[in-house]
Design a protein around this ligand. Structure first.
Ligand code: FE2
Length: 426
């Protein structure tokens, strides 16, 4: 075997198993395998999950915070304005350098699949061309999907339609949109219809920034669902953000859930960015602008967690760890129930994979060998301690490792090691 991982715990509380990898795929999975690996890892009862999938990031904007100025209001719209200024000084090498750095941060955190939006409101498509190169350079270790994302609008930016089409022609994998940012309601509807028609014609997936506002009158999700059904794109369309859903009246929101179910639309919620961007125009009480995650999940709708930004005009922090986004959602989305915390791990692994169209992203014989060994024994502790990813395996190879730090205190003269696991060893 190419690789054998001993004593891997596939979910909290389960008995550990051995996992053998051959030719990039999981070959065997059993309590005590009588095989040898060219590489052997001892998970020693640690949690092993499918690798993390980042379903929503803006790699063209990462690591630009403060350039040319900081976002003082903290609003989404000031962020978009600052980005429009930064875009003017964007160069090919600048984008590539920052994207490569962020992808390395993410890989250390177990991310082997990434969907990045790239702003195509640029007549020279500089960022797109750079990210297409980055995509080739990091493959196959990290598999990147690129979304042609019209940050300034398809109908509110000169030549918007042609730029999205050109991005697809150059190699973008997914069609994007931003209906709520278009100048008028009518432009917004056209934005959705154009994006989905292009996706249908080209056989591509679609992922639109949809209703990322606190405006309860922003109702493009219904257009997205209707067009998805009309064009037969069920399962191939993602609605990102949908924060306005938080503010919809309940009668409307529950009516909408029916169309979402019929359309099979995936949802990506981005708790880091939307925790800081939404509610900025409210007097008290201040709304928390996240989508109706629990209701969507309860209706059998796929919801994933995205990071969205790492150190850019919209969100100044971040180290590229999807677990931080999940941790914030525990609080922000009232997802502190025991099963909800376990669900959050699926929302950054298998659920995120479904948004990207990866149906075999799981740990079972025959599946691609993309997985992580957490320095924790359960999903609960992985989130609680933001556990380091001890090893990251992509395509059957160990592609990242983290040596966890150790902490000590001196209370009674002697030195005593402290771990953050109340029941002793890990
Ligand atoms: Fe976004």
């Amino acid at each position: 075997m190419d690789l054998v991982v001993r004593r891997a715990r596939l979910t909290g509380g389960a008995e550990p198993v051995d996992l053998a990898v051959q030719d990039g795929r999981i070959a065997l999975l059993a309590p005590s395998l009588d095989v040898r690996g060219r590489v052997e890892l001892d998970a020693d009862g640690r949690l092993v999950t499918p690798s993390l999938v980042e379903p929503h990031i803006h790699l063209d904007a990462v690591l630009t915070v403060g350039q040319p100025r900081y976002n003082q209001s903290g609003s989404l719209f000031e962020g978009i304005e600052i980005w429009a200024e930064r875009v003017r000084s964007l160069t090919h090498e600048d984008v590539k350098h920052r994207a490569h750095q962020a992808l390395r941060w993410m890989l250390v955190h177990g991310v082997t699949h990434v969907r990045t939006h790239v702003d195509v409101c640029d007549p020279s498509l500089t960022a797109l061309r750079a990210l297409l190169e980055v995509k080739r350079e990091v493959a196959p270790t990290v598999q990147v999907q690129i979304v042609a994302f019209p940050q300034q609008g398809i109908y509110s930016f000169p030549d918007g339609e042609r730029l999205v089409q050109e991005a697809v022609r150059l190699g973008a994998d997914v069609v994007g949109g931003i209906p709520h940012y278009e100048w008028t309601r009518e432009y917004g509807e056209r934005d959705v219809k154009f994006a989905l028609k292009l996706a249908a014609e080209q056989g591509l997936l679609a992922d639109l920034h949809c209703d990322e506002t606190d405006d309860d009158q922003s109702r493009f999700l219904e257009v997205l669902c209707a067009e998805t059904i009309r064009l037969g794109l069920q399962g191939r369309v993602t609605a990102s953000h949908t924060t306005a859903m938080h503010s919809y009246n309940n009668a409307y929101a529950y009516r909408l859930l029916r169309w979402i179910r019929h359309a099979g639309v995936h949802f990506i919620t981005n708790p880091l960015d939307n925790a800081v961007l939404q509610g900025r125009f409210d007097a008290y009480p201040v709304r928390r602008g996240y989508t109706r995650i629990k209701e969507l999940l309860a209706n059998g709708i796929n919801v994933a967690v995205g990071h969205d930004s790492i150190m850019d005009p919209w969100y100044p922090l971040g180290v590229g760890d999807p677990l931080q986004a999940a941790f914030v959602l525990v609080h922000y989305g009232h997802m502190s129930g025991y099963e909800e915390i376990r669900e959050l791990v699926r929302m950054v692994t298998t659920r995120a994979a479904r948004c990207l169209g990866l149906e075999d992203h799981r740990i079972e014989p025959g599946a691609p060998a993309n997985f992580v060994v957490f320095d924790a024994t359960s999903e609960f502790d992985a989130i609680r301690t933001l556990a380091p990813r001890r090893w990251v395996v992509a395509g059957g190879r160990v592609v990242a490792r983290t040596d966890p730090s150790r902490s000590f205190v001196r209370l009674d003269g002697g030195e005593e090691e402290v771990t953050f696991h109340p029941h002793g060893h890990r």
